[in-house]
Design a protein around this ligand. Sequence first.
Ligand code: PRX
Length: 629
Amino acid sequence: MQRIKTLSEYFKKYELSEKDPESFWSEIADSFTWKKKWDKVLDWDFEKANTKWFQNAKLNITENIFERNLKERGSKTAIIWEPNDPSEPSIHLTYQELYEETCKFSNALRSKGIKKGDRVIIYMPMVPEAAIAMLACARVGAVHSVVFAGFSSTSLADRINDCQAKMVLTSDGNFRGNKTIPVKSVVDEALEKSSTIESVIVLERTKQTINMFEGRDHWWHDCIKEESNVCEAEVLDSEDMLFILYTSGSTGKPKGVVHSSAGYMVYSAYTFLNVFQYDENDIYWCTADVGWITGHSYIVYGPLLCGATTVMFEGIPTFPNVSRFWDIVDKYKINQFYTAPTAIRALQAHGLDPIKNNSLESLKVIGSVGEPINEEAWHWYHDNIGKGNCPLVDTWWQTETGGIMISALAGITPNKPAHASLPLPGIHPVIVDADGNELIGNNVQGNLCIKFPWPSILRTTYGDHQRCINTYFSNYKGMYFTGDGVKRDHDGYLRILGRVDDVINVSGHRMGTAEVENAINEHEEVIESAVVGYPHNIKGEGIYAYVIVNSESSDDIIKAEIIDVVRKVIGPIAKPDKVQIVSGLPKTRSGKIMRRILRKIASNDYGNLGDTSTLLNPNVVEEIIKGAN
Ligand code: PRX
C-alpha cells in the first residue's frame, strides 16, 4: 500500500476520492490478499442504512495479517507486551510466533464447537492472548465482541444476552497498578443471568483461586496443548461480520456496533499507515485497551495488517510511578505514541519532574484520541513530550466509524492546536444547522455529518437494524449523523466541539446519561434522577447526578450508596463524580426534564439560565442552585 508523502499528494488523493471514490478505494484494496476479488466496489443507501463495500469478494483478515506478511516479516516483532509490573519480563512475539499461537487457539475454538458466525465474548486483561483471541475468532469466522474488563457482571451479561454469545474467553484475574482484580468471578456472576454460553476458556494470569465449573470451564493452556500450529482460515464474504463492539448512546441500552470484514480491513490499515506515517522499522505504541475501538483498530488490526511492531501495555500510567509511560517510551524506543487527552492532563498535573530523566528522543509522532484536546494540554504534550518537533495528530473518529476520519497526516498536514484539522481522503464531512441545511464555507459551526460512505462505516446495530437507522441516519436525510458539534475555522480546519446529544465523554469513554440514570434508579430509595456532564479538569467531562430520594438515611450515606449502585450495575468508569440530593427536577409543562438548566448549574454557570418562568416548578431551580456541589 502506498503512503501519502506530501500535502499536495494529500489534496490530489482527496480530490480523486471525491470525484471517483470507487477507483480510489479499489486501488487501495488491491494491495490486500483476496480469495476472490469483488464484483462491485460500492452499493449504498443511507436512508435504509445499507452500505456494502467490495461486494462478493472473499477473504480472511488474518491471512492479510499473517500469510501476506510472513515471507518478508516472519522474524519481525509483531507484538511487544509490557506487563503491569515492570520487574516481570516483557514478551516479544514475532509474526511467525503470533501466527502459530493464533492457529493453535483457532484450532482450540473449533475443537470446542465454534464455527463461522458464532459470537464469542472476550473479557480479558491487556495481554497478548487478548489479541490472539481476537485474531483466532477472525481466523475461524467467529464474531468477537470484546467487553472492557472493567465492566460489571450486569453489563457483561447484557452484552452476552444481546448477541446470544456461545463462548466467553477470560482470565482468572487482572493486574492493574497495585491491585489484583477478579475477572473470572465476574464472568461467573454474569453467567447466572444468561443462558447461551456453552463454554468458558480461562487464561491463567494472576494465579488467584477461582471456581472452575466442570464441563463448562476450561484452562487456556489445556485447550491449546494438543493443537496444531497450522489452521486453515475460514473463507469469509466481504460483508460477513468481523466483530461487534458495544457502545453507549443517548438511549438507555448500549448498542452492538457491527463491523464487516473487508471494509474494516482496508480502512483500518490505510488510516494507520497514513495518519501515523509508519516506517518499516518503527515501534508503535497505542495506550488504549482492546476493550475499546481504539484498541481494535490501532493496537491490533491496523498495525498488524501493515506488518508493524505494536506495543501492548497491561498497566496504568501511574504505576509504579507517574514516569511509567515515559519509561516505556525510552525502554522500547517508541517512534509513534498514541494516547488520550485525559492521560495527558493527568500526567501534566504532576509537572515536569516525572520526565526529567527520560530522553523521549525516539519519538517521531504523537497522537491524541477519544475527546477534544484542550489547548493547554495540546501545548504541554507537544512541547514536553514531542519536544516541539513531533507532529501531533489529533484524530477524530468513533466506534461506529471503525477508523480515523478527521486528522492531520503526521508531518504532512500543518498542525493547529486543538484542531482535528482535515478529513482523510474518502471522508466527506458536512456541517449542518438544526434544520439540516448544509453550512458552506469557513467560519461556520454546527452538527457534524458525513455525506458519503467509507469502507468501515458501521453496518448495523446488532439485532436491531431500525435502531441503526433511527440513531444515525434519520436526523438528517441522506447523511450519517455523528452526534458531535464542529466548527470550521477561517482556514477550513475542523475543530470538534464535543457531543451535542445526551452522551457524556468521561476520560475518553462514552457514557449515556440515560444509562447512568437507569443504574441510579435501581437503588430502592431513589424516586427519580437526572444525569448531566460538566467540565472536569482531568477527565474532560465529569458525571453530575441530581437525585430525588425517599429515604431516612443521611445524604452522605445515600450518596455513597448511589455511587456504589452505579459501580455495580455498569462498572467503576460510570461512577458519578458528584451527587446532589434534590426535592424536584426542573420540568417543562409536558413533564420533560430541562437538562439544559441542569447542565448550566453543574457547570457553575448560573448567570444565563434562560427563561425559567415557563417551567412546571420554577422554584426548584433556586433550591438546586443553593445546594449545588
Ligand atoms: O465525541 C467524539 C469523541 O469521542 C466520540 C466517540 O467515542 P467512541 O466511540 O468511544 O470512540 C472513541 C475513540 C475513537 C466522538 O463522537 N472524540 C473522539 N475523538 C475525538 C473526539 N472528540 C474530539 N476530538 C477527538 N480527536
